[in-house]
Design a protein around this ligand. Structure first.
Ligand code: MN
Length: 271
């Protein structure tokens, strides 16, 4: 198994790239930046708007703009009109000159479990880093889906720091990134860390059809917040147990267990 080099040789300070999918002004990103600053140098490059549930994006048919800005506490940051995965690509392709040891994406206000990972801008930002061979993790807080009022990111930010320290020390297997989900409770009330597999999300989407003021129909994908099946060992189960869920993800989506059976089918190019 190949591991990313722990690139602290020659440089005593780790360099972390932070991004998110909720936009540069999201409180989860600020909490992450403040917490991870203790680990080394932090570069923030995040989208100017909310890209939640935008999936894995590569912007190819329009230019990308990047401009300097600052987070609410004055932390220097870069903001772009690109997607979360564009942020990672831009940085790793040379926009950020200094080598990056770890990419951390988040903190997303809601959990990314099971099939969510393919929708999630938070997770696909980490996947982009995995493609580029750089260690990465996505961090999400398991707050209620329709929570009103400000969320407390303190525990998740502290978890992100603890886990980032481990990944900086050990590296990650090539092509693997981590999907981290943190229960919505005080740090002292977290019951530990579980390494989990992707569980099964149960989506309760419903199509809402309405009419605009000119009588034309429009559609909204609505419905209730998704649930999940809390089978032991899954991400969904870990959160139910009050455990931080750490799921190693790879981008090989091949259904390996079905390869042999499908290869045995009588495939023909004759119609
Ligand atoms: Mn989001």
């Amino acid at each position: 198994m190949r591991y990313n080099a722990f690139s602290q040789t020659g440089s005593p300070v780790s360099h972390l790239l932070l991004t998110n999918d909720d936009g540069i002004h999201a409180p989860g990103l600020l909490a992450l930046a403040q917490s991870l600053a203790a680990l080394g140098r932090v570069t923030v490059l995040a989208p100017e708007k909310n890209w939640s549930a935008s999936g894995h994006v590569k912007t190819m048919h329009r230019p990308l703009r990047v401009r300097p800005t600052a987070l609410a506490d004055g932390t220097a940051a870069l903001v772009t009109d690109g997607a979360p995965s564009d942020c990672v690509a831009l940085a790793l392709l040379g926009l950020v000159e200094e080598p990056i040891d770890l990419v951390v994406s988040g903190i997303n206000p809601n959990a990314n479990l099971g099939h969510d990972v393919t929708y999630s801008g938070t997770v696909t930002a980490a996947m982009e880093a995995a493609i580029a061979g750089v260690a990465a993790m996505a961090v999400s807080l398991d707050a209620p889906e329709y929570h009103s009022g400000p969320l407390d990111y303190e525990a998740a930010a502290r978890v992100a720091r603890c886990l980032s320290g481990v990944v900086l020390a050990r590296g990650l297997p090539a092509g693997v990134c981590l999907n981290v989900n943190v229960p919505h409770r005080a740090f002292e009330e977290l019951r530990g860390v579980a390494v989990t597999r992707q569980g099964l999300r149960v989506y309760r989407d419903a199509l809402v059809r309405r009419e605009d003021p000119r009588g034309r129909p429009y559609y909204w994908i609505g419905g209730e917040a998704p649930t999940g099946i809390a089978e032991e060992g899954t991400d969904f189960w870990a959160l139910q147990q009050g455990l931080v869920s750490v799921t190693p993800l790879q981008l090989d989506l091949t259904a390996h267990e079905h390869l042999a059976a499908l290869a045995g089918w009588r495939w023909s190019l004759q119609d």
